[in-house]
Design a binder for this molecule. Structure first.
Ligand code: SAH
Ligand code: SF4
Length: 341
């Protein structure tokens, strides 16, 4: 949906009263309506204008898969230029309704275990294309479960810190009480460690969360699975994160995908513990969602052992709950499958 500002301008140009903007926003964001012709408060002229110039969604749905117990919905969206992106809705047992959004079409950073990385980079998403993914699932939830989205994570396709302005603009829309009204502290941006983005984020007023995909405490190993680690080395990254915490007083969440026999040894766990102990942080161990890329999931006992070792350094550790395994919910999998077909 176009921004409130653009909608106001559109109404002004066509000599429609601007109080109608609030009515349109209310119908879309609060009532979950996506068809202008059904917005009975609007006069016919406004309905026609909106249908022509301000479609509620800037994409169409190509494919949607719902996991057998309906806790995960994964949707493939087709943008106006034909490019495909995906978004995922997760309905957690604790009540959280979380949407994982894409920030780019593909990703240029080529992490060796990531399906999105194999696609390469096509283009940045606009703020509207990002926010609309959340709006889509918010309407889906209202329709099928009488629920609302209350958490957003930037962990879909792409590197959000390389599309900084659009990501921030989308976050302001998500945050807007007249739009989705999602609290900033319920929004998490995940980065593979793009330092300039981390520096910029520390100066933002918005109280959003930062997740950093570390995946290895060892420079050589990290470089071998994440090429971005070459320019943004671990020592430089740690320095930037130290400054971020000093400035924002917020806690960093380290993402650590558990790859069997690659980064999951007890020795690596000790190295990780030593690297980040004493920081205001926690570690989220991610069970690897197996793709066609040749990496394997570490398995529960290996993950538990790793967790205990890291915790012994006084670092809090959680293990991500894996939802939607029956629908290949890992980042980029659906879009890549569609392209391979
Ligand atoms: N580019 C950003 C955000 C998108 S990737 C980043 O890298 O942080 C979001 C997370 O999903 C990253 O931590 C990434 O390492 C992880 N990921 C990628 N492929 C995965 C897979 N097959 N299984 C589990 N996690 C995966
Ligand atoms: Fe890009 Fe993140 Fe995938 Fe790496 S893990 S290729 S940074 S989307």
């Amino acid at each position: 949906m176009i921004s409130k500002h653009s909608l106001t301008e559109l109404f002004k140009t066509h000599h429609l009263p601007v109080y109608r903007v609030k009515q349109v926003f209310h119908a879309i964001y609060k009532e979950g309506e996506s068809d202008y012709s059904k917005m009975s408060v609007l006069p016919a002229a406004a309905k026609i204008l909106l249908t022509e110039h301000a479609p509620v969604f800037c994409f169409s749905v190509v494919r949607e898969v719902v996991s057998s117990n309906t806790d995960t919905v994964k949707t493939l969206f087709k943008l106006k230029d034909g490019k495909l992106i995906e978004g995922v809705l997760m309905r957690f047992r604790d009540g959280r309704r979380s949407v994982c959004v894409s920030s780019q079409v593909g990703c240029g950073l080529k992490c060796s275990f990531c399906a999105t990385g194999t696609m390469g980079f096509f283009r940045n998403l606009t703020d509207e294309e990002i926010a609309d993914q959340v709006l889509y699932f918010d309407q889906w939830l209202k329709k099928f479960h009488h629920e609302r989205v209350d958490h957003v994570i930037f962990m879909g396709m792409g590197e959000p810190m390389l599309n900084y302005e659009s990501v921030m603009s989308a976050i302001r829309t998500l945050n807007d009480p007249d739009a989705l009204g999602i609290a900033a502290r319920h929004i998490t941006v995940s980065t593979s460690g793009v330092i300039p983005g981390i520096v910029k984020l520390s100066d933002e007023e918005l109280q959003i969360n930062l997740a950093v995909s570390l995946h290895s405490p060892d420079q050589a190993l990290r470089e071998s699975i994440m090429p971005i680690a070459k320019p943004y080395t671990i020592p430089k990254l740690m320095e930037a994160l130290h400054d971020y915490v000093e400035k924002t007083h917020r806690r960093i969440s380290y993402e650590y995908v558990m790859l069997k026999n690659i980064n999951d040894s007890p020795q690596t766990a000790r190295q990780l513990g030593k690297l980040i102990r004493g920081q205001r942080c926690h570690v989220n161990l991610i069970p690897y969602n197996e793709t066609y890329l040749g990496f394997s999931n570490s398995g529960k006992s290996r993950i538990d052992e790793f967790r205990e070792i890291v915790e012994s350094y006084g670092v809090p550790v959680t293990v991500r709950v894996s939802l939607g395994q029956d629908i290949s919910a890992a980042c980029g999998q659906l879009a890549v499958e569609e392209k391979r077909k």
